[in-house]
Design a protein around this ligand. Structure first.
Ligand code: ADP
Length: 296
């Protein structure tokens, strides 16, 4: 119990006792006892009001946070539904047209089947990204291991090589050897895969993409740079929001889902890493990932 309330109760009882002992006149003793009790109870109410008010305020804050989470959750569900609906509507439209006779024309048939394959791929990528995001958000016990940064980035480069080659983009690995960081190695790879994939996707044919890694003031500093289309300053903060694309049609054309950088941001926060972007429209972008100093 609150110390002030305890002291008030003890003082009230003590003063009442003193009145009973020292005031002989019954009427005066009654008035004194009532006055002391009223003042005591009044003080207790005042002392109780503050913690009750604080608790009410805390509850209100929790309620507001819950409402905000609920709003974000339902916004996410409606965004996902909308994003799923677009390719599905397109697939069912082309299937219906084929069923209604277009299947007889070999040229149209090939064209429509190609579109259906592209839309099916888009659906698959979207579902994969939603699953990755949900796994990251729900993962409570994140495995922590000593990650060999060089080996991890070599794997990222290997996996990204086919899409880089298809656009004639040179991938340059400038990660110093012997670097390590602690955390989940799958997530680490996923983070850089998304950044390198974007660097390739938002570059024109024949560009270069670098990945660098070195120690700076006790921190692991990583960066992914490209010579691509760049990002306008007013869009830099927005690109990490779920489903935000600067140019939706370009993102769709290169197989984007609008979730890649949300995943990057989430993984970075699991590592306690900060992300900053330096970009010039028409010149290229660099995404810096600064990891915290290892715990001693
Ligand atoms: P998407 O699946 O559309 O690529 P992301 O979340 O990965 O979604 O990226 C969000 C948006 O940020 C992209 O649609 C694109 O407009 C922009 N963006 C991301 N990386 C780059 C980059 N390296 N260069 C230029 N724009 C980029």
């Amino acid at each position: 119990m609150n110390a002030k309330i305890m002291v008030t109760i003890i003082l009230t009882a003590l003063l009442n006792l003193l009145c009973a002992v020292f005031i002989t006149d019954t009427a005066a003793r009654g008035i004194a006892a009532v006055t002391i009790s009223v003042v005591g109870i009044g003080l207790i109410i005042v002392f109780l009001a503050k913690p009750i008010y604080d608790m009410k305020m805390r509850l209100r804050k929790v309620q507001q946070e819950n409402d905000e989470l609920e709003r974000m959750r339902s916004e996410f569900v409606s965004n996902v539904t909308h994003e799923l609906k677009t390719p599905l509507t397109s697939i069912s439209g082309f299937v219906e047209t084929l069923q209604n006779g277009a299947i007889e024309d070999p040229e149209i048939r090939t064209k429509f089947i190609d579109i259906i394959a592209i839309e099916t791929d888009r659906l698959k990528r979207l579902i994969d990204d939603v699953l990755v995001l949900s796994n990251i958000e729900n993962e409570i016990d994140v495995p922590s291991e000593q990650i060999d940064v060089g080996a991890s980035i070599d794997t990222v480069m290997e996996m990204m090589m086919p899409i880089a080659e298809s656009k004639g983009i040179e991938l340059i690995n400038e990660v110093e050897s012997g670097l390590t960081v602690s955390g989940d190695s799958d997530r680490f790879r996923q983070l850089f895969m998304n950044l390198v994939e974007n660097a390739i996707k938002y570059s024109d044919e024949g560009g270069r993409v670098w990945i660098t890694g070195y120690m700076s003031d006790g921190h692991l500093q990583m960066a992914v740079s490209d010579e691509g289309i760049g990002i306008e300053p007013e869009n830099i903060d927005k690109i990490f929001m779920r489903f935000y694309r600067v140019d939706k049609s370009r993102s769709n054309k290169v197989g984007g889902t609008g979730l890649g950088l949300s995943i990057v941001k989430h993984i970075a926060s699991l590592f306690g890493a900060a992300i900053t972007v330096d970009s010039k429209v028409g010149k290229g972008s660099t995404f810096y990932v600064t990891f915290p100093e290892p715990k001693k």
